[in-house]
Every structure is written in C-alpha cells, then in structure tokens.
Design a protein around this ligand. Structure first.
Ligand code: MN
Ligand code: MN
Length: 326
C-alpha cells in the first residue's frame, strides 16, 4: 500500500530497485528527480530520458528559467503517486523512464552552448532512448531539434506558445528565444507545411508557412476543434512538441519571462494535449518556467503536469510496438 511504502521509503530517486512503477515516498521530502524516476547517467535499456537544460541567457525580458528544471522536478513529486489522469494507461509502468539529470555546461561560454546541448541530446538518442527536455528558455529547442532531425529528418513542429518565435534573424551566432524556429525552418529541421502553432497572441505577419491556431481561435472553437485541425496539419509525420509555458494565460502561469494576457487555460491545454494522442511524437520539451516570478509555484506545477502529458503522448503509439517488455 502506498501509505505503508511512504513510511519506509525515502530518496527513491537514488534507492529504488528497477525503474518502472509509481513511487511512494513523502511528497515533501527526499531527492527530487522528475516523477521520482531513477536519477542516473546510465542509459542502458532506457526507453525515455528526461533531462534538464538550465539555460536562460537568450531571453528578451525577465530571466530565471535556469531554475526551471529544479522547480519542475520538485513540483512533480506529488504526481509520482498516481497513474496519469485521463489516459487509461500508465507509461510509468510500461516503459523504462529515467531522470538523466541536467546538461552540464560552462555558463560563461555562451557561444559554445548550442553545440554542447546538441551533443547532449544526440548522445541520448544514440543510446536508443527518447528524450523530453525541461527548460530553460525557449532557445534550447533549436539545438534539440538539430539532434532530433539528424535522426528522423525534417520534423513536424507542434508548438504551444504566446509567440511564434520565428522573427527574422540572419546571424547564425545569435542565440535568441524569439528567433530559433525561423532558423529551424531555414535549416530544414522542421517542415512548415506539417507544423502548427497554438495559442499565439503576439503579432508576426510572416508565418513562414506554418499553420497558426491563435489563442482567439482556441477560445472561439474550443480544444476539440483545435485538436482536429492540429491532426489534419501534422498527420503521421514524425513530430516534435514544444510547449512554451507562456502559452498558458498569466493567470495560470505567471512565472515566465514574457507573459501575454488572453492565453490558454490549463484546462484547455490539458484537453488538447490529451486529444493529441496518436500523433507520432518523437521528442518534446517544456520551457520558459521561471521560478523567481512564480511565488506560489503554480507555474512549476503547470510545467510538471505538461511534462507528464508529454510522456503519455510520447508513449501512446509505442505501447503496442515495444512498450510491453523493452
Ligand atoms: Mn512564448
Ligand atoms: Mn517561445
């Protein structure tokens, strides 16, 4: 029983035997790994690695997302008690999912950072594991996409965001959380015809051929119709899902660098993420959680919930393929 286990178990991130199953220890104590998964640098036999990318030196406004991965891990402790709601299956039981810890990098060697991150992600993928990243500012998605596109070819991008992040930027040396998806289009990492942005509510006349389902579209038509449009655009292309927490309204996610009103509710986001089951999600991230602007922890909680949904999405198509006993 969970209560009995919680009386005896602590620090399951570093003490648990095996990698599967729920984890029962006091939610308020112990070593904080994401969802109490085993904290390890050993990727042998791992299906999915969660990794933190505590980088926030590419922001246009408020910083602080370097503290995001730690806060998301802490917020996730309570979720480790229960199978994810609304899915009818538990990826924590089916797959070997570990917390691979954070990316190591020289905080002062900013120009080197993208290559260091790309190599980190490429190493995870080369080990045969999938990867979900906890940011960090949104610029981290570009090196992560480079690593994924090297394996899968051009990807469909499913981006939840208040901003398109495709603003013009011809300088390859710039690292900017508002221009990286424009660069991803130019580099051929993502296929704009298969890509979709949801929750946008800042002006950018150049969509670069990406389908934009802005926040007013979601509010007018609702999550179900939005999900149908997303699936029409993406089809079965290998897809990368990037969730900028500022897609949520500041009422639900105030702890972020560039908040914009009129955003998604957490209920709308949950309904859409669950509705996207069946997409061929090969990788994902949740970014822009900034704990210094998150006094109640509400944004980190949202980030942890989004990350759990991303795990469920990642595992959905794999359940019958290789989930049973990999
Ligand atoms: Mn944004
Ligand atoms: Mn963004």
């Amino acid at each position: 029983m969970a209560l009995e286990d919680a009386k005896t178990q602590v620090d399951t991130a570093i003490t648990r035997k095996g990698r599967r199953g729920l984890a029962y220890e006091n939610a308020f104590g112990g070593v904080t790994s994401f969802l109490r998964r085993t904290l390890t640098k050993d990727l042998t036999g791992v299906d999915l690695a969660i990794t933190g990318v505590p980088f926030d030196q590419a922001v246009t406004n408020r910083p602080g997302t370097r503290l995001g991965p730690r806060a998301i891990r802490e917020a996730s402790a309570l979720q480790a008690f229960d199978a994810p709601y609304g899915w009818g299956y538990s990826p924590l039981e089916l797959f070997d999912i570990v917390d691979y810890g954070d990316l190591a990098f020289d905080y002062a060697a900013v120009a080197e950072f993208p290559a260091v991150l790309q190599a980190h992600i490429a190493g995870i993928l080369a080990a045969g594991a999938g990867c979900i990243a906890l940011g960090g500012d949104h610029s981290i998605s570009l090196p992560i996409l480079r690593a994924h596109a090297a394996v899968h070819g051009p990807l469909a991008l499913v981006q939840f965001d208040a901003h398109t992040d495709t603003w013009a930027d011809d300088d390859p040396t710039r690292i900017d959380h508002g221009t990286m998806f424009g660069k991803a289009v130019h580099e051929g990492l993502i296929d704009p015809a298969r890509s979709v942005q949801i929750g946008i509510r800042t002006d950018n006349p150049d969509t670069m051929g990406i389908t934009v389902l802005d926040a007013p579209f979601v509010h007018e038509h609702g999550p179900t119709a939005t999900v149908m449009r997303i699936k029409e655009v993406v089809g079965q292309a290998p897809a990368y899902l990037s969730f900028d927490i500022d897609a949520l309204d500041p009422a639900f996610a105030p702890g972020t660098g560039t908040p914009v009103w009129g955003g998604l509710s957490s209920a709308q986001a949950a309904a859409m993420l669950r509705g996207l089951r069946g997409l061929n999600i090969v990788g994902a991230d949740v970014v822009e959680v900034s704990p210094p602007f998150d006094p109640t922890g509400i944004t980190a909680i949202a980030g942890a919930h989004v990350a759990m949904e991303l795990i469920c999405l990642w595992g959905w198509n794999k359940r019958e393929q290789d989930g049973a006993d990999t």
